[in-house]
Design a protein around this ligand. Sequence first.
Ligand code: NAD
Length: 258
Amino acid sequence: MAAYTDKHVLITGGGSGIGAAIARLLAKEGARITLAGRRLDALQAVAVTLPHAFSCHTDVTREDDCLRLAARAREALGPVDMVIANAGGADSQPFNRVSAASWQAAIDVNLTGTFLTIRACLPDLLRNEADNSGLRRIVCIASTAGVKGYAYVVPYVAAKHGVVGLVRALAAEYARTPLTVNAVCPGYVATPLLEKTIANIIAKTGRTAEQATLELVKNNPQQRLIEPDEIAAAVLWLCSPAARSVTGQAIAVAGGET
Ligand code: NAD
């Protein structure tokens, strides 16, 4: 029997990119999947390709949405065993043009959204706490921006460092339960978010798409973009019984960049 059969995995931002890749891989291993995000059509397009999935319209920056998500997911597929806090977004501009509103927006989606998602699911994740055989996991999709600085994305870098801090503190707090808490820190991954970053570079610098991509790729010592499936594979391992002693870690999948 696959390790994930009968496991209920809730993934935010599951309608595209890394979140969709994680959903496909964990579903292939037998998990039931709740997909949460702001675009119901995108969530449903992924859900119909999975054997056992539920889609829930959710804005992770809203506490009431996250509480409703946890309740509806439990009602649809049973208590949640694993949370993949993946929803996020990045805008770039020089620091002297960062408004208080764009700072707050980056913190809201990347950091507060992660906090609200996890807190709403915590009662499920900690149920039957004494039963050490339970497989309970939180994996946050942070970024290499959670462990090093990049120019022109100060709010994103600050928010992702916050995610790594949240992961380390939660891992310490729940170390005596079956719950592990980790962050995966991707380098540049070929997803819609990266397409937006490349479009932004083109608009602001007049570079071609190829030049803009090369500009990003040169951060990665392997000199290539990472595929969403590579991030999903790291998440799958962190969710496995074999990774039960791995907690409070920020694991880079970035070609040696950090
Ligand atoms: P993506 O744009 O395909 O995925 C982000 C998802 O989050 C989207 O489905 C989007 O709808 C959802 N989302 C955004 N705001 C939301 C909100 N308020 N409520 C609910 N859902 C919301 O891009 P991706 O690259 O797959 O990004 C996934 C995660 O990976 C993000 O946290 C991102 O910061 C992180 N990441 C991406 C890269 C990269 O190069 N692509 C690198 C490092 C980290």
